[in-house]
Design a protein around this ligand. Structure first.
Ligand code: 5GP
Length: 113
């Protein structure tokens, strides 16, 4: 878990276009964007999946969501953006370090597929 690509981005072993950082989280542009703006917001603590969180992570999860909202607003997308968490391989998760996708800059459809 500690050697995922995102752990290496946190430790700066791998470069990323970082847009926000604090003690608890890091946000950076997705290397393969699925929208004009596609940012990943990740906790610095290595949690593999949303399914692995517990009640003890309540404050951290709230922090990640609030920072996601703040980043969207700061980029001028306060009114329209999509937030996605893929949990598990069958749901499309490929990096097993919890992350929130923040997608913006185009219309989004439902169901997401
Ligand atoms: P998942 O499919 O796990 O929900 O999302 C993983 C995301 O991480 C994908 O959107 C993928 O493009 C992105 N990603 C994978 N490797 C890297 C990387 O090395 N750098 C950055 N910035 N994004 C990455």
């Amino acid at each position: 878990m500690s050697d995922t690509i995102f752990a290496k981005i946190i430790s700066r072993e791998i470069p990323a276009e970082i847009v926000f950082e604090d003690d608890l989280c890091l946000a950076f542009h997705d290397v393969s964007p699925q929208a004009p703006t596609h940012i990943l917001v990740i906790p610095k603590t290595p949690i593999a999946r949303l399914a692995d969180t517990t009640d003890e992570d309540q404050a951290l999860l709230g922090h990640l969501l609030l920072k996601t909202r703040e980043i969207a607003e700061n980029l001028g997308f306060g009114d329209a953006y999509r937030v996605v968490i893929n949990n598990g391989e069958q749901a499309g998760q490929t990096v097993f370090h919890l992350h929130i996708h923040l997608l913006a800059g185009r219309p989004f459809h439902w169901p997401p597929g």
